[in-house]
Design a protein around this ligand. Structure first.
Ligand code: SF4
Length: 239
C-alpha cells in the first residue's frame, strides 16, 4: 500500500514525507520528471525502538533549516528548550529506566549548535542519571562544528558526547550549493577533523541521487572522496 504523502514545495524540489511505516523520513522527487531522487534523507535515529535508548528533546527544529531537500522542520521555529524542562525529562526518564538506558540521542536537527551552558548540565545529568550509559549522540552540521572551538569540543567529549551524525549529503560543491547545505566540502573536512581530534565518533550521511542526472557521476565520485577525507570512525551499536 502506498503510504499517505505530505507534500512541501521547497526550493524547486518537491519534498515528500511518507506516512505509515516510514514516517519521519522525507523523500524527494524532481517535480519535472517525478523521478525519485533519494529514498531516505536520514539514517533512522539509532535504537529508537529499543528499550535501552532514550531520546532527549533538547532543542526544537534546526537552526539552519534551509536545505532544499529537507522539510523535516520547515514549520518549526528553532528553539533551545528551557534547561529546567530538559533536566526534568532526564530525571523522569531516570526514574523509569535508570538501569536500562545505555544510549541517549539528543534531538532535534542540529543540537550541537547549543551553547555549552546547556550542554554541560545536560551531559552531566545524563551521566549521573543513567549508570550504564555508553553513548550520547546527536545530529551536527559542519557549521555547528566550525562555530565551536577545539577546546569546547574537547569539553563536550569529556562530559560524554561521543557520536555525531553529520550529513554532508554530497562531496560535489556544485551539488552542495544547489542543496543550500550551508558548508563546502573543504568546510566539512575541517569540521570532521575537529570532531575527530576531540575524540568524537562520526557517522556520515550522503544523499543518493542528490546530483540529479546532470551531476550523477560527479556527485557519486566526489561523495566517495569526501567520505574518505572526513575519515569517520564510528563503532557499531553495542548489542
Ligand atoms: S541541516 Fe539537517 S535538519 Fe537542518 S535543514 Fe539541513 S538537512 Fe534539515
Amino acid at each position: 500500500m502506498v503510504p499517505p504523502i505530505l507534500k512541501h514545495r521547497v526550493g524547486g524540489l518537491e519534498a515528500r514525507r511518507a506516512g505509515g511505516a516510514t514516517a519521519g523520513f522525507p523523500t524527494i522527487a524532481r517535480p519535472d520528471t517525478g523521478e525519485w531522487a533519494c529514498a531516505l534523507r536520514r539514517t533512522p535515529v539509532p535504537s529508537t525502538e529499543r528499550g535501552d535508548s532514550f531520546i532527549l528533546q533538547a532543542t526544537l527544529g534546526c537552526s539552519w533549516n534551509a536545505c532544499t531537500y529537507c522539510a523535516m522542520y520547515r514549520g518549526k521555529r528553532y528553539q533551545v528548550r528551557p534547561l529546567d524542562a530538559v533536566l526534568a525529562e532526564i530525571s523522569e526518564g531516570s526514574g523509569r529506566s535508570a538501569e536500562e538506558v545505555r544510549h541517549v540521542f539528543v534531538a532535534d536537527g542540529d543540537p550541537l549548535g547549543m551553547g555549552l551552558d546547556h550542554w554541560e548540565p545536560i551531559l552531566r545529568a545524563l551521566a549521573a542519571s543513567f549508570p550504564r550509559l555508553r553513548r550520547v549522540s546527536t545530529y551536527a552540521t559542519a557549521r555547528n562544528l566550525l562555530e565551536k572551538s577545539s577546546e569546547e569540543l574537547d569539553r563536550l567529549r569529556k562530559w560524554g558526547l561521543s557520536l555525531l551524525y553529520i550529513g554532508p549529503e554530497s562531496g560535489d560543491d556544485v551539488t552542495l550549493r544547489r542543496l543550500a547545505k550551508g558548508a563546502s566540502t573543504a568546510e566539512h573536512i575541517e569540521a570532521a577533523r575537529k570532531a575527530r581530534e576531540a575524540g568524537m565518533e562520526q557517522s556520515l550521511i550522503f544523499l543518493l541521487g542528490a546530483g540529479g542526472r546532470e551531476r550523477s557521476e560527479e556527485h557519486a565520485r566526489a561523495s566517495g572522496r569526501l567520505a574518505t577525507a572526513m575519515d569517520p570512525r564510528s563503532s557499531p551499536p553495542s548489542p
